[in-house]
Design a protein around this ligand. Structure first.
Ligand code: ADP
Length: 402
C-alpha cells in the first residue's frame, strides 16, 4: 500500500510518498510560493536526481496536480499510475477538543476542522485547502487527518486549564492544547523501544526543539503536560517566539509604544526569541557560531534559551514525581551538541551523568548520550512526523476495510 503524506501551509505544501510494505520513502518534495507565477516544485524521487521546476501555481489544487504529475512521470516518477496511491494522510495543526486521535475525513470531520479555524487561523484553513485539493485531484481516495494537538488530549484538567474565569473555557475553549504531539508521541515510543522497557512504565520528558519548540511530560505513554498552550506561543524560548512572559507586558507595551494588538502579537511570534536577544538570527547554528567567536548577545541568547528549557525539564520531573529519561529531538535537539551538553551538565541533581563522547557521535541515529548506569537516561531520537502520519493513515484505512 502506498500512502501520500501532505503538510499543507498557506503558501507551501510538503509531501512524502511511503510504501507501507517496506516502510520506505519512494519520493518526497515540496511546493513553495503557491499563489505566485514563480512557484517552485522541488521533487526528490528515491534513487533519482532531484528535480526543480518553476511555474505558475496559483492555488493548492494545481499544486497537488503538479505533485501527482511528478509522481507518475515516466522519468522523474516512482509510480505507474495515480491509482497506486491508496490513501492520503494530512497533518492538521489544531484538533481542538474534538479530535483525540487521527480520523478518516468525511463531511463531519471537514465541518469540525472548519469550526476550529478560529483556534488556528494561520494553519487549519491551509490544511483544509490541502484536503479539498486532494478531493479535486483524487476523488474517492480515502484521506486521514493527524492532529498536532491529539496526543496532548490526555492532559488532566489541572494541566490544561488556565487560572482565569471558567467562563472563558466554557464559552471560548480557552485552555492548553499543546502542539508537536505527533513528534512527542513518536519519540516516546522510540525511547521505550531503545530502552527495552514498556512505555507504560516510563516517565519521559520529551524536548522537541526546532524553530518552534516544546517540551512534554509523558507518563505511561500519555502526555500529562506540555509547554505550548492555547497557541504555540507559550512555553520555551524559540527561534522567533518569546515563549512564557508576564501577560501584563502586553497592555504595558501597547501603551508605551502605541502598538495595536496585532503588532504586539507579531512582535511576540515573529520578532522575539533567539532572533531578538542575539540581534543575529533565529537559527541556532548561527547563534552557536557567533558565541564561539565571542559575541556577547549570542551568548546571552543561548544562555536564556538553555536556562528556560532546563527549568521546564525540572518542572516536568516534578509534575511526574520522577523522570526515567529525557529525550531530545527536532533540528536543534538532534543537532546541537552544545545545547545538549549545557542542559545535561545542569541536571546532575536529577541524576543525569552526561557522556561527552557519545554526545558527539551517531548523528541521525537513535542514541544514548548519558553514561551507562546514569539514574536518568538522556536520549537523542530523530523525529519522523511524516512516518507517524503515514502509519495512522494506514491503520485507519485498513481498519475501515475490515
Ligand atoms: P521546524 O520547527 O521548522 O520543523 P527544525 O526541526 O527543522 O524546524 O529545526 C530547525 C532548526 O534546527 C534551525 O533553525 C536550526 O536552528 C537548528 N539546527 C539545525 N542544524 C543545527 C546544528 N547543526 N546545530 C544547531 N542547530 C541546528
Amino acid at each position: 500500500m502506498n500512502i501520500l503524506v501532505i503538510n499543507a501551509g498557506s503558501s507551501s505544501l510538503k509531501y512524502q510518498l511511503f510504501n507501507m510494505k517496506d516502510e520506505s520513502v519512494c519520493a518526497k518534495g515540496r511546493v513553495e510560493r503557491i499563489g505566485m507565477e514563480t512557484a517552485i516544485l522541488i521533487h526528490e524521487p528515491a534513487g533519482k536526481a532531484e528535480v526543480h521546476e518553476v511555474s505558475e501555481i496559483l492555488e493548492h489544487t494545481t499544486a497537488i496536480r503538479k505533485v501527482l504529475e511528478k509522481l507518475v512521470h515516466p522519468v522523474e516518477g516512482v509510480l505507474a499510475s495515480i491509482k497506486e496511491i491508496d490513501a492520503v494522510g494530512h497533518r492538521v495543526v489544531h484538533g481542538g477538543e474534538s479530535f483525540k486521535s487521527s480520523v478518516l475525513v468525511d463531511a463531519n470531520v471537514k465541518q469540525e476542522i472548519k469550526r476550529l479555524f478560529d483556534l488556528a487561523p494561520l494553519h487549519n484553513p491551509a490544511h483544509m485547502l490541502g484536503i479539498m485539493a486532494v478531493d479535486a485531484n483524487m476523488p474517492g481516495v480515502p484521506q486521514a487527518v493527524v492532529f498536532d494537538t491529539a496526543f496532548h488530549q490526555t492532559m488532566p484538567a489541572p494541566a490544561y486549564l488556565y487560572p482565569v474565569p471558567m467562563a472563558l473555557y466554557r464559552k471560548h475553549k480557552v485552555r492548553r492544547y499543546g502542539f508537536h504531539g505527533t513528534s512527542h508521541k513518536y519519540v516516546s515510543e522510540r525511547a521505550a523501544t531503545f530502552l527495552g522497557r514498556p512505555l507504560e512504565e516510563l516517565k519521559l520528558v520529551t524536548c522537541h526543539i526546532g524553530n518552534g519548540a516544546s517540551c512534554a511530560a509523558v507518563q505511561g505513554g500519555q502526555s500529562v503536560d506540555t509547554s505550548m498552550g492555547m497557541t504555540p506561543l507559550e512555553g520555551l524560548m524559540m527561534g522567533t517566539r518569546s515563549g512564557d512572559l508576564d501577560p501584563a507586558i502586553v497592555p504595558y507595551v501597547m501603551g508605551k509604544e502605541d502598538l495595536t494588538l496585532g503588532e504586539v502579537s507579531s512582535m511576540l511570534n515573529k520578532h522575539s526569541g533567539l532572533q531578538a536577544i542575539s540581534g543575529i538570527s533565529s537559527d541556532m547554528r548561527e547563534i552557536v557560531e557567533a558565541l564561539e567567536s565571542g559575541d556577547k548577545n549570542a551568548q546571552l541568547a543561548f544562555n536564556m534559551y538553555e536556562y528556560r528549557l532546563r527549568k521546564y525539564i525540572g518542572a516536568y520531573a516534578a509534575a511526574m514525581n520522577g523522570v526515567d529519561a529525557i529525550v531530545f529531538t527536532a533540528g536543534v535537539g538532534e543537532n546541537s551538541e552544545l545545547l545538549r551538553k549545557t542542559i545535561c551538565e545542569g541536571l546532575t541533581f536529577l541524576g543525569v551523568e552526561f557522556d561527552e563522547a557519545a554526545n558527539r557521535t551517531g548523528r541521525g541515529l537513535d542514541r544514548r548520550i548519558s553514561k551507562v548506569g546514569s539514574r536518568v537516561e538522556v536520549l537523542v531520537i530523530p523525529t519522523n512526523e511524516e512516518w507517524m502520519i503515514a502509519r495512522d493513515t494506514y491503520a485507519l484505512v485498513i481498519g475501515n476495510r475490515a
